[in-house]
Design a protein around this ligand. Structure first.
Ligand code: SF4
Length: 435
């Protein structure tokens, strides 16, 4: 069997030359016709329009998107769309994100159509015994170019091409992927790739994100572009560069098993940069206490009387986004005295333990999973789907636990400010480019 080819190239100016090299090495545009409707699917996840967002490793760099559109347009491929279904908290934000990231110029200069899938139609697609609702524009395309970011993910370990395609699903189907068992996640979303006209994957490795997938992770400059026509091989190489082997990443292993693919990197032909040279482990997860009472950092701060159970794979993105803020808010409520015996539960399968005075049920699912649980003395229900931070603060205030929103705001500024003026962390990479 012929080996899948993956190119690994250094990202450098002029960016379109670097990307062109990556595409040439893997023959990335082979089979593309000028008449093709091409859909670029960048990883745009979501944004926050109230507090500062460090974009590094969070979303695809506009520099790479611009370079790709330029290469396509100059190659005579002019039917280009860029599509994504970002988070809907509180409502879809695609248009705002396209604007913030400077995509409107691509619309004006190259006639690129910008599509927020959430505003368009989704079609039910059988992905192997069950149906997921997939963006109609993605199904209709002749060729999809998948454009993920080189980042880790606190649930799936790595978030690369397969994970990025979850952004072609509607909200309900995304939630469905976070099923009622830990294993569901790895066995649902990778199936989407098989149903799409996926022609090329390009991993934007300008930055790599540790403890992703959100802005709470830490980005490092990596300066790599990884490309392949083979989605599995591309993710396998991307994972390897972050220090993860296919067999240790449940969704990649699942896909490999489903398709009889080898786990061995030696079965992939890597052209360009040496993977070994760039392999560097980046952690995907926060360390938790062995007793499952909260992040390790809580111990150092002397926080006691509080047990935040670690999130699991049943927690979908909506709740995940609020999970770290919830932790920061609880930290802000620490007065030096022990908390009054509080357990915090989230997701679809965590159930209350005996011996706690108060049980915080974070999100609709945790409320449902613990209805009538005899271990609960006093339930503090934060019912939203996903729960709102303001509701969380209010519910705890009613119990005399005073979370301070200003501490969370301070934390968000810290996350953003730590990149300011730091060499290589150029905010201009995420803005309109010269074309
Ligand atoms: S409450 Fe949270 S975990 Fe449950 S469906 Fe809503 S967002 Fe997902």
């Amino acid at each position: 069997m012929e080996k899948a080819v993956v190119s690994v190239v250094r990202f450098r100016a002029p960016y379109e030359m670097a990307l062109k090299e990556a595409l040439d090495l893997c023959d990335g545009l082979k089979g593309f016709r000028e008449s093709d409707q091409i859909l670029i699917k960048p990883n745009l996840v979501g944004w926050d329009f109230e507090l500062p967002v460090p974009p590094f490793g969070l979303v695809v760099t506009s520099a790479v998107v611009y370079a790709l559109v330029k290469i396509l347009a100059e190659g005579g491929y002019n039917k280009i769309k860029i599509g994504e279904a970002p988070l809907m908290i509180p409502r879809t934000m695609g248009r705002h994100m396209f604007k913030i990231l400077g995509y409107e110029k691509l619309q004006k200069k190259y006639g690129v159509e910008l599509v927020d899938f959430n505003e368009d139609r989704f079609e039910p697609v059988d992905v192997g015994g069950f149906k997921l609702a997939v963006a109609k524009k993605a199904l209709e395309a002749d060729k999809i170019i998948n454009l993920p970011v080189l980042k880790t993910h606190n649930q799936t370990k790595v978030s690369l091409g397969f994970k990025n395609l979850k952004g072609c699903l509607d909200r309900k189907s995304k939630m469905f992927c976070h099923g009622k068992t830990e294993a569901d996640l790895a066995q649902t979303f990778p199936r989407v790739a098989d149903k799409l006209p996926l022609a090329l994957t390009i991993i934007d490795g300008v930055f790599v994100l540790e403890r992703g997938p959100s802005y709470t992770g830490k980005a490092y400059r990596k300066d790599l572009l990884i490309a392949s026509k083979d989605p599995y091989a591309c993710d396998a190489v991307g994972a390897e560069i972050m220090g993860y082997h296919v067999k240790d990443v449940p969704h990649l292993k699942f896909y490999a098993d489903l398709h009889g693919r080898s786990y061995d990197l030696a079965d992939i032909e890597v052209l360009g940069e040496d993977v070994e040279k760039h392999r560097q482990f980046v952690a995907y997860d926060f360390e938790w206490t062995p007793e499952n009472t909260g992040p390790e950092g809580f111990k150092k701060r002397g926080i006691t009387g509080l047990a935040i159970r670690k999130y699991d794979n049943t927690l979908c993105t909506g709740c995940s986004v609020s999970f770290t803020p919830m932790i920061i808010l609880l930290m802000s409520a620490f007065t030096g005295e022990p908390f009054p015996g509080v357990e915090v539960l989230s997701g679809k399968i965590q159930t209350a333990s005996p011996g706690f005075e108060k049980t915080v049920l974070f999100g609709k699912c945790a409320c449902q999973a613990n209805k009538g649980n005899p271990n609960i003395k006093k339930a503090i229900e934060v019912k939203g789907c996903p729960p709102k931070l303001d509701d969380f603060i209010k519910a705890l205030r009613d119990e005399d636990i005073e979370c301070k929103m200003e501490e969370y705001v301070k934390y968000r500024h810290y996350l953003y400010d730590r990149y300011k003026g730091k060499e290589g962390f150029d905010f201009g990479l995420y803005q309109e480019q010269d074309v």
